[in-house]
Design a protein around this ligand. Structure first.
Ligand code: SF4
Ligand code: SF4
Length: 296
């Protein structure tokens, strides 16, 4: 089983549209949406959820209001200003303390030092991940709670589960819609992949981001190819990106032209290759063949 990860330096490059088109072109793939902070592959693939599992990115403190004596020691010890004098009354005091789960960093200091043993340290549920069926095969995806972190850990869970399904069902390809940026989630997306395809656009940001992503892939020793999407909106920068890539020993394998059919296809929840048999579909089919060739 081979693993292809599609990433971009930032959002909005058309990465997910290209992943959706690949999903439609692949014959025997499992799909994984690891862009957990802005998951939108489901908008095109319309997955039917078969299994939902809670995701815990770590533990957080929790105050048992009935036991809290209101001494305030926990608040004094918390370096993250996560404990506030806003809890309900109990038999002992008119007001108790509470932990703000968004601010709590899970250091456990307060729990260790509470004289009344009024604190618990529990798994916090940060989101859910799903195993679904789509018209193109199984898909693993997730939803992360608002302002939740640990998306790198969730990405690792999604890839692991998607690989498990691929092995169980003897599928020969895993297509991953990777996280944008160069932080922990994208590292979790690409580590150990067979091939990374970077989708970029001909803007100064796109050029800058590509350099950072290329460095990241090089650091992890992962083969990388580049596709410049909307290449005709600024051919000069597209050429500069091609030259930058060449100097880094990375190949630009496609320059896809700007076309509104990407948006029109998305509106009706279709991939672009399902929506039209036009020039863009031919360009994406050629890109797909090149990617498959590189995967071997
Ligand atoms: S240290 Fe314990 S008893 Fe004191 S305010 Fe905090 S939770 Fe309540
Ligand atoms: S676990 Fe640490 S961060 Fe969370 S409330 Fe307690 S002291 Fe503050």
């Amino acid at each position: 089983m081979k693993e292809l990860v599609v990433i971009s330096g930032k959002g909005g490059t058309g990465k997910t549209s290209i992943v959706a088109a690949f999903a439609a072109l692949a014959k025997n793939a499992v799909l994984a949406d690891c862009d957990v902070d802005a998951a939108d592959l489901h908008l095109v693939l319309d997955p039917k959820i078969k299994q939902t599992t809670d995701f815990s990115g770590g533990k957080k403190a929790f105050i048992i209001a009935e036991k809290c004596t209101g001494c305030g020691k926990c608040r004094d010890m918390c370096r993250f200003d996560a404990i506030h004098f806003e809890g309900p009354a109990n038999d002992m005091v008119d007001k108790t303390f509470t932990v703000d789960p968004v601010s709590c960093e899970g250091c456990k200091v307060c729990v260790e030092f509470c004289p009344a043993e009024a604190m618990e340290f529990n798994d916090s549920i940060n989101g859910q991940w799903y195993i679904s069926d789509t018209r193109f095969g199984p898909m693993v995806h997730a939803r992360l709670g608002i302002a939740e972190e640990n998306s790198g850990k969730l990405v690792t869970v999604i890839r692991k589960e998607a690989k498990k399904i691929a092995q169980e069902q003897k599928r020969d390809l895993l297509i991953v819609d990777g996280s944008p940026g160069i932080g922990c989630p994208v590292i979790a997306s690409i580590t150990g992949a067979d091939l990374v395809l970077v989708v970029t656009e001909p803007t100064l940001f796109g050029r800058h981001d590509l350099g950072r992503v290329a460095q990241l892939a090089a650091n992890f020793g992962i083969e990388m190819l580049v596709c410049i999407n909307k290449a005709d909106i600024n051919p000069q920068i597209a050429d500069q990106i091609t030259e930058d890539a060449r100097q880094r020993g990375v190949k630009v394998i496609a320059k896809i032209l700007y076309d509104e059919v990407f948006t029109r296809a998305q509106i009706i929840k279709a991939s672009v290759v399902e929506y039209t048999g036009g020039a863009i579909t031919e360009q994406i089919k050629t890109l797909w063949k090149q990617v498959m060739y590189a995967l071997g």
